[in-house]
Structures are given as C-alpha cells and as structure tokens.
Design a protein around this ligand. Structure first.
Ligand SMILES: [Zn+2]
Length: 244
C-alpha cells in the first residue's frame, strides 16, 4: 500500500511536469492544461483546395483567450476572399462565404447596390480585416523568431496600395525569399526588419527598435503589408545614447 501511495504521490506531483508555453499573440505564459494552438492562416482559407495543401501549415501556441478573440475575424476575411475570388476551381470557397454572410441577419446592409439594382460591392468591417492581418503577422513573427512580438510594438496593416507601401513591398520581394504556410497558392509571406541589406536572400534578425515589415499574400489574390514599430521611446533614447 505504501508503494502505491508513493507512486500516486509521484504521478500526481512529479511525473507530470507543468509545461509552460508562451502565447504567440499576447506573449503571456500558459500551462499545458489549457494548451491550444492557432493555425496561421486560418483553416477557412484552405477550403476548396486539395487536402494536401493543408499539410505543413504553420501552427503556433496560443492561450484560450487569444484563440477565441480572433475567430470572428477569420470568418470576415474568408468572406472577403470568397467575394473577390474569380477562380472557378475555388467556387466552393465563394459559396461558403456567401452562406456565411447570409447567416448573419443584418449582413444585407453591407451590400452596395446601384440604381439599376445590381450589386456594386460588399462592404467589410475594416477593423476585422485589420485584426486578421495583425493576427497572421504575429503568427509569422513567432514562427520566424520564436517569441511573441513585444507589446510595445504598434502593428499597422496596410491593404490599399500606395507609393510608400509599394516601396516597402519591393524592399521585401527584391531582397528576400517567400516563405509558405501549407501551400504558396494559399499563403505566402516575407517578414524582415527594415534595414540596409548587404547580402540578398539572407534573413535578418530583428534588433531592439528595428521596424519590422511583412507582406502577407493570401490565395494569390490579396496582399497586405504590415508594419510594426516599437513605441517604447525611452528605450530608443537609451540605445542612441549607448551608440554615441
Ligand atoms: Zn494570448
């Protein structure tokens, strides 16, 4: 009996170690009891593609709160991709988006209809789309560097092409190689610090106060540029002082 109770003691207290994980999004620790993971990008973007496209998708550890916070945004973005999707082979994706939009009652208010009664476009919630890109940015950052981007960074997604965003996209695509989650037809990305490049095709490691930029390419039909800037000014001043 004594042996059994000793064994019980060990199995309860020692043999099952608490494995702590760092959440890719908030950077906080959580233990293996509430272990969760997040797919980057969301599974919804793989709908309509061959099953083997889903193999080797990026997964990152996520706390339950961050995992559920982003689920609505994923649906919103799938709707956007589905609506702008013109490839017949991906009709299932469009169909799913349409169904998902009909599901929500007041969605019809989003339709932009001209005087002839034809649909000119569909309005999307900008904040949901921005959250979606922010989530994927955090996901690829974690995947590349092994830690969550510090909270002091302000993350700003750009989805409209401008002269400035085009310059940044060129910086990324001219100097570095695309990386993939699952299949390039579904998701490709480049994430790098914004810095002078000495050797092309060689990944840079972020230093404190580096601005981080990423391009995220979805379904070969929609690209977002994301910029992250450290807003911790005291740190910037300190680094500058040390540098001189
Ligand atoms: Zn979290």
């Amino acid at each position: 009996m004594l042996i059994i109770s000793i064994l019980n003691f060990f199995s309860k207290n020692i043999l099952i170690p608490k494995i702590m994980k760092i959440c890719y999004s908030c950077g906080k620790e959580f233990d293996n009891k509430e272990m969760n993971k997040e797919h980057i990008p969301a599974k919804a973007l793989f709908v309509g593609y061959p099953d083997d496209y889903k193999v080797n998708r990026i997964t990152v550890p996520s706390c339950i709160k961050c995992n559920s916070d982003y689920s609505v945004d994923d649906e919103e973005f799938r709707n956007l991709i589905g609506i702008i999707n013109s490839d017949i082979s991906r009709d299932i994706l469009s169909e799913k988006s349409a169904k998902s939009m009909i599901k929500i009652k007041n969605q019809v208010d989003r339709l932009v209809i001209n005087q002839l009664g034809t649909i000119e476009g569909v309005e999307f919630e900008e904040s949901a789309i921005n959250n979606f890109h922010t989530k994927n940015f955090k996901g690829v950052f974690y995947k590349e560097y092994g830690y969550a981007i510090p909270e002091t960074y302000k993350i700003v997604p750009f989805t409209e092409p401008t002269e400035q965003t085009k310059l940044l996209l060129h910086y990324l695509t001219d100097n570095f190689e695309w990386k993939v989650s699952g299949n390039r037809n579904v998701f490709g990305y480049i994430i790098q610090p914004s810095r002078e490049v000495k050797n092309k095709k060689v990944d840079l490691k972020p230093a404190s106060n580096d601005k981080i930029i990423a391009c995220l390419d979805y379904n070969l039909s929609h690209t977002a540029l994301v910029v992250a800037i450290n807003t911790n000014q005291t740190r910037i001043t300190k680094d500058l002082q040390e540098g001189f």
